[in-house]
Write a protein that binds this ligand. Sequence first.
Ligand SMILES: C[C@H](O)[C@H](O)[C@H]1CNC2=NC(N)=NC(=O)C2=N1
Length: 125
Amino acid sequence: MRWWRITTARELLVTGIAPMRVGGMVWCVAEVLGADELQTALAGLDGWAGDPSGISRTAELASFPGAIAVVDRVAEVAEELDHHPDIDIRWRRLLFTLSTHSAGGVTRKDLDLASRIDTIIREAA
Ligand SMILES: C[C@H](O)[C@H](O)[C@H]1CNC2=NC(N)=NC(=O)C2=N1
């Protein structure tokens, strides 16, 4: 479990946990999802599978430069969200693995990032 300082309304939406105001700042806990909650959430994503310890999906792009362009775009989003995927690159095939390292498992932050990765892959196809 880990406390996140919330600076935007969007971040609040992502944690899905009741915010707490402490010393003029807003904080939320990033909590590892339960197995059932996770499976329900995975059904709304494109090709992700896994368990509360981590989720992953692959993507095959048309070319190696095409795959690297996707990685580049994912890097931008990861910086924006301050949440970073593990990425395995093999020619034009990518494997993304997500978990919240500080929480020790999959949280809403991973679901949010997964959905953003889906959009990037869809746009690249
Ligand atoms: C300080 C900063 O918020 C943390 O180091 C962030 C950066 N990106 C991260 N990404 C992931 N996947 N898990 C984390 O716990 C994490 N922590």
